[in-house]
Design a protein around this ligand. Sequence first.
Ligand code: 2M8
Length: 432
Amino acid sequence: MESRAAVDDAALGREAWSVLDANSTGAATVPAPGLYPHQWNWDSTFVAIGLARWDTRRAGTELLSLLAGQWHTGMVPHIVFQPAHEEVYFPGPAIWRSTEHRAAPHGVCTSGLTQPPLQALALWWVWRHAADRDTAAALVRRIYPMLVAQHGYLTTSRDLGGGGLAAIVHPWESGMDDSPVWDAPLEALPPVRRAYRREEPSQWQPDSHHDRYMALVLGYRDSGYDPAYLRDEHPFAVEDPMFNGIWLASCQALAELAPVAGADAGPHREAAERIRAALLDRLWADGAFRVRDLRAGRLSSIRTVGSFGPMLDAGLPADRVAELVVTLESASFMGAAGYPVPSCEIRAPQFDRSCYWRGPSWVNTNWLLRRAAAVHGLAGLVRVLGSQTLRLVRQAGFRECFDPFDGSGRGSRDFSWSAALTLDLLADTVEC
Ligand code: 2M8
């Protein structure tokens, strides 16, 4: 395995800051300039979380630059494009054509999909940790209404199953693009005749998963990003426990922030309760939260790191938390991995230690699970997840993801969320 000499906390912190500075455009932080030269939704939000204890203004600027891409529907897009690099990433603005849509913002090109609604949790994290209380309060008052609109969008336009959860309409909306839980819904799509690839034409293989991703994008775009099309015709509609667990935690965060914004916390608490009830009713089966494919009417048999997302809810019943912790610590996940937390259960035939979101461990999901452990007072799990995540980046650097057995780095180097969340973990060696 590629490994570096052990780095002490101060040096690790300095390295993290230099990655964030190098990946900053001034207002936004891109995930990794070579591969991902634009602003991504949950990447930027994790950056804001990482900055929260250190630099309130910069964390606020990060969130505001992302929200500059918010649509009038309330939808916060999964990519806000940086004009200088429009052609570097496929699919770029020419595919999404956001500017032709009247609900999209002017002056900025975006994608037409969203990502997990982490922004309210991040804003609350900034509020909670800010040394500069006035700046933080002003930020909350400015951003709060935007997040109310975002949650309104999820409630009105994404409850495609009618049961109180938000459905994702593309694997990219989960943030866990290649997870094996999307294999069955993708394979049920009609064959795609045209190849849409990032590679050279000689390497195109029509009807790959990537082509199906593109067919989903084009179908939704050509409907005019129409919510009725999503409800009645779009062939991919899935309820994901991580997406909805994050939404629930963000509802609870909005309830905490409402008094700062002079608003009523009640509706956010009610929303959190509705989502909890729906998660338990619709996604819990055989001791785990599972992905529900609304088009096939089926729950996935595969458990992934996303299965633990609803643990972000402090109100999740204790017996469910206990079952989830047993699974998380078992040989299916942390028990057989050298480094937490494999993105797919190790015993699943689809597990692949080196393929994106099909096995590797990620700093962002480790941070979320550590946060989930903290809300349930699981101090031992908090410590393990924190120290093992720091061990990964100390040994392999701020890589995009890591081999869960030997900790070697995979994907991009100098990856922003790995650097930013390291700053948060370094600042929080004792607190739960
Ligand atoms: C990956 O997703 C993008 C599409 O959104 C891609 O594969 O091109 C995922 O890891 C996702 O979680 C992440 O937000 C994005 C940028 O880092 O890359």
